[in-house]
Design a protein around this ligand. Sequence first.
Ligand code: ZN
Ligand code: ZN
Length: 346
Amino acid sequence: MHISDRKKSLNRTLSLVAVVLLLLTYLAIVSRVYAVNPMTFYILIAIGALVSYNVYQIFTKKFRERDQMIQTPFPEAWRAILEQYVEYYRALSDEQKRLFESEIQIFLHETRVTGIQCEVDDTTLVLAAASAEIPVFSFPEWEYDNLGEILIYPNAFSKDFRTEGEGRNVWGMVGTGLMEGVMILSQPALISGFKNDNDKQNVGIHEFAHLLDAADGEYDGVPRAFLHHQYIEPWLEAMHREIQRINTGESNMNPYAATAPVEFFAVATEYFFEHPEAMKQRKPELYELMCKIFNQDTGSRFRNALKSMVNYTGNKVGRNSDCPCGSGKKYKNCCLKNARQYAMEV
Ligand SMILES: [Zn+2]
Ligand SMILES: [Zn+2]
């Protein structure tokens, strides 16, 4: 979630404090000039004021742009896509729908979505953003801190991002190392995750769940940033019990959940958002814990506020890096041309 008055006022306060400190330091330095040449002193003061004003504008840019985004009408074509594909959206009240739409606009303004050897159409763009917003829709303080770019692959890919040859069975992944903060989604998998409402599978939500899990610094299937300390033990116990049920064939959960705790959390998140009633009925214990997770938000408010001041919008593939498609060309001369980012109407 991006829209939060609290975040906005924290940004303003911090920016103001930073600028005032800057100005005071500057004044202390130039005050000596007055005795020598008052005219020069006044010119220096004017320059100082101008620079401070600009620095303040830079520090508050992200939130001012968010305000503008909220004022920008949501594209009708995008609304139709949400109505058609996103069950979660259909269930929202009108007021919540408008909020969800603004969230999507801001997300797509701050996150680049790039087709690797493919075009990013509106459906792909809107569904990628919806996957991001659904799990965090009730957390006004949340920011996808490091995520700056989503790469869309035309099909399944291999663990080393190849789209041809053997071993292509990956539908989505969160990059590490050089690809840190970059998410990769296969286009057909992203779309089919939304097409079938009750299948408990949604690769977009799955990958964003991994980011929530990692918010505490570790991919371990325990989303500590969202889970009060007292629930960590119950979560681990519930997870191990359910993994056992999967292994003995007694569970209706996707067996992929049993491969590792980190996958268990991501699969449980898909289930929770795709088919909450079924989870409530069939796995009440797990459902209760998921409710706790997705209604808690301890956040990292201060760190996010500082990152917002420098207009940090997350890691992206470098313009001069090798293109992820493997063409050997620089990214800016290859697939980056397929990038889409939502521009503001000025
Ligand atoms: Zn996974
Ligand atoms: Zn390329």
